[in-house]
Design a protein around this ligand. Sequence first.
Ligand code: IMP
Ligand code: MG
Length: 184
Amino acid sequence: MKVVLTKEQLRDGVAAMAKAIEEAFAGRQLTIIGVLTGSVVLLADLIRLIDQPMRVGVIQASSYRGATTTRGELTINSELMLDVTGRDVLLVDDIFDTGHTLSKVVEMLRDFKPASIHSAVLLRKLGRQETVYEPDFVAFKIPDEFVVGYGLDYGDMYRNLPYLAALEKDDVARHQAAEGNVVT
Ligand code: IMP
Ligand code: MG
């Protein structure tokens, strides 16, 4: 694995994004909605850096099945979600890749008639966008590589890494061999 962003770089980038959010929403109460599962690490760090009253909730959206990196059908589960009607909503997600996940979640939330919907992502992968939707806050732009850590996964592994790393060919082979050896 190759380190793409260190723990310190992540900390500074997330702090800068928190500051931009604070300035943009000064005097307003945000309803922050984390998109499960990739946003959990960012969500925990980000909300503690925004010094203003807020409500925090989650929504589940999954577009990748299992360990594959090809896009499956997007499933959105809003059962866990807070009431967002008339609220200033800030969606938080790990990465803006093709953009389909975030644009579909925004579209779904519009049905609940929030006062406003904005979005904040840790990463934006360059050259991959397939939607017109644009995230409002981006902490880092990265090249088109598959990355893991700080919430991002490969087959639900590596979310706990405190840094961001790009998976290399031998990592994928090792991962697949290990999965094949799991006794179930
Ligand atoms: P999008 O719908 O293509 O924008 O993809 C967004 C989702 O795909 C993210 O929330 C991630 O779960 C996943 N994803 C996209 N790129 C990566 C990556 O490089 N590493 C891990 N997950 C990724
Ligand atoms: Mg995700």
